[in-house]
Design a protein around this ligand. Structure first.
Ligand code: NAP
Ligand code: GCO
Length: 266
């Protein structure tokens, strides 16, 4: 037996939400390389068109959909369209998400609610739309993209930490409720990854020096570097493949060791 076959996604249908760029794009690219059919969504037609071109440039025939993951009717319609056009979804990655960096006393309730809606309510909505097909098929993989903020807080990210902490527990609950249907639900908790979402934290200062937060994260990371979206490819394939058929309710932190480390002495 070729043991590596257990990491194959040949013939699987994968939906990666918010995979127009960033972490989602890299995960979808990895899944395509492992043999899966790729479906993704985002809100912006411009991002969708650019992403389709970017996937095609890598030889990937991706299926892209305009869908706001907070809109249950749009999500249901997208899942139905995918099931008709591509096939019943075997792998769901709840990746779409935003962050707001606002001191709590300055954050409006509306801002808080919007972030919870996208980063926590939407994974519930999308999972609920996809689960019936997985139950019918007798298997499924759901991967929720959590965060360091599923375990840690920091100034200005109260809503994001609340959402990602909740997403960790939603992951454990989907595991609990659907394990008997041979559906595994796990999380990936990326560390600090160089994507558009974290670009403001890495901007060069006017004097050309590195951003203080950039220096802080490098000192907090044993591997002394920011992660790349490509660092998540292997863990993403593992949790989407037969190699993880008895891994359930687990949050796999891909953080270069941040959660294990007190930080380098200044
Ligand atoms: P990103 O570069 O900002 O990409 C976010 C993606 O989500 C975009 O494709 C965006 O496309 C889409 N999106 C946002 N809101 C959406 C909505 N309501 N409906 C549909 N699509 C939506 O972010 P990223 O850094 O790749 O992060 C991806 C995920 O990883 C997020 O959940 C984030 O919280 C998490 N994460 C990131 C890091 C990091 O350091 N970068 C670390 C840990 C966890 P449109 O704007 O066109 O909709
Ligand atoms: C921030 C960052 C983090 C990362 C990620 C870390 O402002 O602290 O954006 O939240 O996005 O979630 O795992």
């Amino acid at each position: 037996m070729d043991i590596m076959n257990m990491f194959s996604l040949e013939g699987k249908v994968a939906l990666v939400t918010g995979a127009a760029y960033g972490i989602g794009f890299a995960m979808a690219e990895a899944y395509a390389a492992a043999g899966a059919k790729i479906c993704f969504n985002c809100r912006s037609q411009h991002h969708l068109d650019q992403a389709l071109a970017d996937y095609a440039a890598k030889g990937i025939e991706a299926h892209g959909y305009i869908c706001d993951v907070t809109d249950e009717e749009q999500v249901k319609a997208m899942v139905a369209q995918i099931e008709e056009e591509v096939g019943v979804i075997d792998i769901l990655v709840n990746n779409a998400g935003i962050i707001k960096r606002i001191p709590m006393l300055e954050m409006s309730t509306e801002d808080f609610r919007q972030l919870i809606d996208i980063d926590l309510n939407a994974p519930f909505i999308v999972a609920k739309a996809v689960l019936p097909g997985m139950i019918r098929k007798g298997h499924g993989k759901i991967i929720n993209i959590c965060s360091m903020m599923s375990e840690l807080g920091r100034e200005t990210v109260s809503a994001y930490a609340a959402a990602k902490g909740g997403l960790k527990m939603l992951t454990k609950n989907i595991c609990s409720e659907f394990g008997e249907y041979n559906i595994q639900c796990n999380g990936i908790g990326p560390g600090y990854i160089a994507t558009p979402q974290t670009a403001p934290l890495r901007e060069r200062q006017p004097d050309g020096s590195r951003h203080p937060f950039d220096q802080f994260i490098v000192a907090k990371t044993p591997q002394a570097r920011w992660g790349t979206a490509e660092d998540l490819m292997g863990p993403a394939i593992f949790l989407a493949s037969d190699a993880s058929n008895f891994v359930n309710g687990h949050i796999l932190y891909v953080d270069g060791g941040i959660l294990a480390y007190i930080g380098k002495q200044p």
